[in-house]
Design a protein around this ligand. Structure first.
Ligand code: ASP
Length: 343
């Protein structure tokens, strides 16, 4: 009898040990979420920056909470992006820029580094949170990219929140649009910022992106944008193009880009970071920097956020007159937002 009780005790101790060990392994990865709010001309005043920093911190905290509770990188990325899409400060969702015909057309994408499944929407006009529609494409359709009316219809049929074009109207984006029309230019958010052009409009932030590594070692990436001001109606940038503006693969990295999308597509920028990391064995920071050089060599400007499968971060941007507003939050640490200063 005593023998039986002892062996039962031994079994319980053994089971607890196995449980503890497997838990330790499961937590081997220190979760992290990284975001960007696009590139912008340098020279936001402290006050202007504080407004944006608040939203970026909220975005980071939202993603961090999910990761802290053991949630997936895909969920963290979506939640973090939604916070920025709902703010008028960024060129995504609510604060989207105008097309040459005066519409707001939204692009977004999402990639799951574990399954290599991905979803994206482009040229949507009525979806309040485009990143949620990207998830619907990924999870509920056999497709990867759905554009235009089809994207709007899919969102509606999937009970996502639908808004009319008026929702996306903001004075500052309209002003920017009028300026771009006058000068017949297609503008990035970073263009025409007062710091380097002496123009008296407040520079707003741009495209948003989030990348994350969860406790199970799964990477995910998401990007959302209104594109470029005064873009041709129907123009699609890099943000919804998997491999160009967004990419995640558990075997290497998660990446989100911002900048001259027409060039990021030709540089296959997000996948280039993955390739340089995976095949050339460059550290993640270097892989991002080399990719930005390739973008710049083609005449592009912008930035890249990336994390590798071990949670190391790699940031890069074309430094000329630009800064990339970005932030990171590891679990258990205060979220940090980086505000590039004009020299
Ligand atoms: N990459 C975006 C696009 O070209 C714009 C941006 O990041 O500001 O649509």
């Amino acid at each position: 009898m005593g023998f039986l009780v002892n062996s039962k005790k031994a079994l319980i101790i053994l089971a607890s040990l196995i449980f503890l060990t497997s838990d330790t392994f499961a937590n081997d990865f220190k979760p992290i979420i990284v975001i960007h709010g696009g590139t912008s001309g340098l020279g936001l005043t402290k006050e202007e920056f504080t407004k944006r920093e608040k939203v970026m911190k909220e975005s980071l905290k939202t993603g961090q909470n999910i990761l802290e509770k053991g949630g997936s990188s895909v969920d963290a990325v979506i939640a973090a992006i939604k916070v920025m899409e709902d703010s008028p400060e960024f060129n995504a969702g609510k604060g989207a820029v105008f097309t040459s015909d005066g519409f707001n057309e939204l692009d977004a994408s999402l990639m799951d580094g574990k399954s290599l499944n991905a979803g994206a929407i482009a040229m949507a006009r009525t979806i309040k949170n485009p990143i949620e529609a990207a998830r619907v494409v990924m999870d509920k359709t056999p497709h990867t990219l759905i554009a235009g009316e089809g994207a709007d219809r899919l969102a509606k049929n999937s009970s996502l929140e639908i808004v009319d074009q008026k929702y996306f109207y903001t004075d500052h984006r309209y002003k920017q649009f009028q300026e771009a029309k006058k000068s017949k230019e297609v503008l990035l958010d970073s263009d025409k910022a007062k710091a380097h052009l002496g123009i008296n409009t407040e520079p707003y932030l741009g495209t948003v992106g989030a990348i994350a590594l969860d406790k199970n070692g799964n990477l995910a990436a998401g990007t959302s944008t209104g594109g470029t001001t005064n873009k041709m109606t129907g123009r699609i940038g890099d943000s919804p193009i998997i491999g160009a503006g967004n990419y995640a693969n558990n075997d290497s990295v998660a990446v989100s880009c911002t900048g001259t999308g027409d060039i990021y597509i030709r540089a296959v920028a997000a996948h280039e970071v993955a390739s340089l990391y995976k095949y050339k064995k460059l550290p993640i920071e270097k892989a991002a920097q080399e990719t930005i050089k390739e973008v710049a060599a083609l005449g592009g400007t912008g930035g890249i956020i990336s994390i590798d499968k071990n949670g190391n971060v790699g940031y890069a941007w074309t430094k000329d007159k630009l800064g990339m507003y970005h932030g990171e939050a590891r679990i258990g640490e205060e979220p940090k937002v980086f505000w590039p200063l004009a020299k």
